[in-house]
Design a protein. Sequence first.
Length: 411
Amino acid sequence: MVTAFTYGSGLGATQAARHMSTVSAHELAAIAKRHCTPKNLARAGADIVDAHLDLDLVRSWGDGSVAAVDGTMMDSAVDNLLAETSIRYGGYGGIAHHLVANTYVALFSRFVPCGVWEAVYLIDSLLQNQSAAQPEQVHADTQGQSFPVFGLAHLLGIDLLPRIRNFQDLTFHRPDPKTRYRHIDQLFSTDPRIAIDWDLIHRHWPDLMQVALSVKQGTVSSVTLLRRLNNRSRKNQIYQAFREVGRAVRTMVLLRYLSDPALREQIQKATNKAEAYNGFTKWLHFGNGGWLTSRDPELQDKAVKFLDLLAASVIFSTSIDMTRALRQMSREGWTLNVSDLAVLSPYRRENVLRFGDYTTDQLHIPPPAYNPSITAATKETAKQRAGGGNPSLLVGPKSLPDAPLSRGRRR
């Protein structure tokens, strides 16, 4: 726990040990080197995500079936293999690429170079996710989409719905050059050469399915595949087939985006949560001015996973505090509606003290069991929880106030 805080906050072993009386810098560095592998950090983060998903309050935010991918700039030392100047974000460093669920926690993260197209890591992040939250709809910004990514996501059963900048300038592909529409015909291109080539898809459909199954089983890395498919090689028949599938899927996505206001609102909410998560992790990564000091790509990736583990722990703790406050309000007779709880956020900062001396002499004492339910334990509540219902809709004589629920207990 102390090691996760030490490296997740960016303090480092030496600086953290100066503010802890029961641990040395050598112990922290040894634990991080010998036991905290990227695989173990990802598994530990998945355990926290699963426990967080069990809270009634979190169920009012979502069930993990919707997620958004986004990257944020992290400054790093000069002269290493991954860091470079980013035109998009500004500054020198790399990109922390996060897959953030609608429950406010990151399901998977990695450190990637600035010069790559972030969409190539979208599929891999979904496949590397080990938590119980398995997103079916994935949102992203303009960087999270391309024709091959649309095609591969469709074959894997992933509903990719990005927020595309200047979508009115994109091409809508006709299913057939002779197809015409009564009201929306002006959206589609009149060039018959860019209509969907269904014969090409049909001819290479076994190859497309073989590639998708290989990616699903982990035989082929989706990152490597999408990098090869993004080279726009006209001689690559597999790329051309993925491009045709991607054209058809993206045209359908654009039509859904234009015709469904609820979908546009969902995409906006999901991407805003990802942006808010980036800001929250930057606030937690306060050590060393927020810089990544290591030049080793593996240690840089571990630093991002350490930060995600720290953020998930703080979010989980805050959600428990909020649940405790809501439970007290329920006892007092307040009415807690799901629509009111849905607008709350666990990205609270006033209940987290980042600076000062850290007490570690009581960490060996197991914490008491927490109650995930907002209401008092009743037979009806137990029945709803067993049946997958949401008992977050409570009835009382009072209404939910507009003021913040609780400032939380300081930690």
